[in-house]
Design a protein around this ligand. Structure first.
Ligand SMILES: NC(=O)c1ccc[n+]([C@@H]2O[C@H](COP(=O)([O-])OP(=O)(O)OC[C@H]3O[C@@H](n4cnc5c(N)ncnc54)[C@H](O)[C@@H]3O)[C@@H](O)[C@H]2O)c1
Length: 259
């Protein structure tokens, strides 16, 4: 039997990048999928392609009323919400702290951190009504250390860890598990297109070549971990942080001269 049959999964930012990979995989594993996001054209196209077990719902993660409408729509179309993937995220244009304006700081925190707070707040009652479920917040390896020129993004992803652990404590007795995934550099528009206000995409100045697994991550790499974490196989896992980065956080894999 498919792992997610009779379950409903909502993926924020589900129209493209890693989110679309997650949506397709949950759907292939039998789930009803709700693609939540601001990209209505691509979200609706993906839902149409997947058919009756898929819906696009307009959802701006920074807007509390948009969240309650999305959760209501999910329950009214599919009967329940069982899994929530908080995948939507934005990065700042690279700049030192001194050169980062407050509006940029606020914009990144609003989506990556407040969006995650609103996500848990809106979804928890629905997951409780479904007798339990799973939330996965997509953080970043940048949430596990400092990265020059990315202060707003780094701070937002660090904060998601604290929120996740707190939610895991508050919701565990309701059989709701809450975990984070920390991807390294994954081949999506996030690294191939410049962030709003940036001159160049990350892919122009990042190379995976020095690291233990010298390739970019693929969305499917993250999806496989996500499916495990949200499935019954991970029923004893909560408040945990899963790094998936091909060894990026280990630092360069310097090779001794074998000669
Ligand atoms: N690609 C990487 O290298 C990488 C590495 C670590 C973490 N991440 C994280 O992975 C997640 C997915 O990113 P991706 O790589 O697929 O990039 P992406 O840019 O392709 O996807 C981000 C998605 O978030 C959506 N989004 C942005 N603001 C939103 C809002 N206010 N409401 C709803 N949706 C909104 C966008 O429309 C888009 O669909 C993000 O949280 C990102 O921070 C990415």
């Amino acid at each position: 039997m498919p792992r997610f049959e009779n379950q409903t999964v909502l993926v924020t930012g589900g129209a493209g990048g890693q989110g679309a990979s997650h949506v397709r995989a949950f759907h292939a594993e039998g789930a009803n999928v709700v693609i939540g996001g601001i990209d209505a054209r691509r979200g609706a196209a993906l839902a149409d392609e997947l058919g009756p077990r898929a819906r696009f719902v307009r959802l701006d993660v920074t807007d509390e009323s948009s969240w309650s409408a999305a959760v209501r729509a999910t329950e009214s179309v599919f009967g329940a919400l069982n899994v929530l993937v908080n995948n939507a995220g934005v990065q700042n244009p690279p700049a030192t702290i001194e050169n980062t304006d407050q509006a940029t700081w606020a914009r990144i925190l609003e989506t990556n951190l407040t969006g995650t707070f609103l996500d848990i707040k809106a979804a928890a009652p629905a997951l409780r009504r479904a007798q339990g479920g799973a939330i996965v917040n997509i953080a970043s390896t940048m949430g596990l250390g400092g990265t020059a020129h990315y202060a707003p993004y780094v701070a937002s992803k660090w904060a998601v860890r604290g929120l996740t652990q707190t939610a895991a404590l508050e919701l565990g007795r309701d059989r709701i598990r809450v975990n984070t995934i920390h991807p390294g550099v994954i081949a999506t528009p996030f690294i191939h297109e410049p962030a709003a206000g940036a001159a160049a995409p990350i892919a122009d100045f990042y190379s995976p070549e020095p690291f233990a697994i010298p390739r970019l991550g693929e969305p499917a790499d993250v999806t496989r971990l996500l499916l495990f974490l949200t499935s019954a196989e991970a029923s004893f896992v909560t408040g945990a942080e899963y790094v998936i980065d091909g060894g990026l956080l280990l630092g360069p894999a310097l090779q001794a001269d074998a000669a």
